[in-house]
Write a protein that binds this ligand. Sequence first.
Ligand code: PFF
Ligand code: NA
Length: 453
Amino acid sequence: MTTNEQPRTQWLGRWGFVLAATGSAVGLGNIWKFPYMTGEYGGGAFVLVYLACILCIGMPVMMAEIALGRRGRGSPIDAIRRVTTESGRSSAWSLLGWMAMACGFMILCFYVVVAGWAFSYLWKMLSGGLAGTSVDDMAAIFGANNANPFNLGAWSTLVTVATMVIVGKGVQAGIERSVSWMMPGMVVMLLIMIVYGMFSGGFGDALHFLFAFNASDLSSEGTLAAMGHAFFTLSLASGAILTYGSYLPRNASIGRTTLAVAAADTAVALMAGLAIFPVIFANGMEPGSGPGLIFMSLPLAFQAMPFGTLFGILFFIMLAMAALTSSISMVEATVSWLTDNKGVSRRAAAWGTGIVLWIISTLAMLSFNLGADWTVAGKNFFDWLDFLTSRFMMPLGGLGMVLLAGFVLKSQVMRDELALSPFVHGLWLFMVRYVSPLGILVIFVDALGWISL
Ligand code: PFF
Ligand code: NA
């Protein structure tokens, strides 16, 4: 623990952590993934399970992770080693930190590809490449954009470089400064989109699709997908929140910040759904059309709007920014671990990580063209990265986090860090000890087909 003697960097502003953690949480998960998953898993039932998971699993896990980070003042590996040692428990729990760090990195490897889509659509908007296209053209345009590995690879490379530039600049000058203006802009854009959606003719269908709950739509797989997505969307068990928590000043309230971040993230996901599904239904498109959903539907909405090109440009700028404020959080754990343990500068750590990321993300990018048939069990490399992280690593990592916080550490540690009223602390403890672990296990086992609910 080389740098334990030096005080750890902290967020500069009072809102630094909330902005950065919200920046991490709000991203492609909300605007790209949530709508297409809701489409694939049938709408309201998926949304309901997702919301329940945010409340009963996601928020308690987030509080535990922030507390672990702040108490341990380090990357997930170092922080967990310190807090377990402090409590006289096995430091083998730091394996959980390794898994989280690996998970964040694996997510990033496919995330930069999707962020690349956002940048390439921004470019299409700017250069007029989407003008005058019809519903039927949209799938072909999306396909053509993916077909050329040099085109697609250039965009994901751009995202990789931008991410590393920001992270290389540091916590305050890079991360904190960039999120403080990107986040508000995105919310304004989504509001404009919703207003458009309200007048597009598909709004009623969209509301019905998102919020009408039909228990028979609930599949085991959809339930696991909803739980995995709750972890993904809140950036949990991937090192991001824990590492950002390690920069949190002592006097900040972990409960209140968690509430703010989770509420903002949920609001943006629902807003994205309300912006996208009206367009889907008004144009007779297929809600279950998968990862290309927003790229095939939103450009249509922009075309039909007054000043649509302008709004389209603004929207894709915001989407690209939302992606960047998340991607930077996924490397921060690794960069922090490297600088604390390997004696390298932050800049060198960022670029070193960036090179490895570039190689693996290029393989993920090839899943859409040259490597489309490199599949195992029907999934290509891109799908596997998503599947392994969301369905396995995050739920298991989250399980580890709640067991660690709820049973393993001396109870005073979490009491000190969370500083909640006795009633709220009791509620949190009940959640991390019983509700979250059992919830994770039941959903998991159910999806494995061992039992049926
Ligand atoms: N929460 C991000 C999103 O919804 O787009 C994705 C993410 C960020 C996952 C950071 C994991 C992570 F560590
Ligand atoms: Na999110």
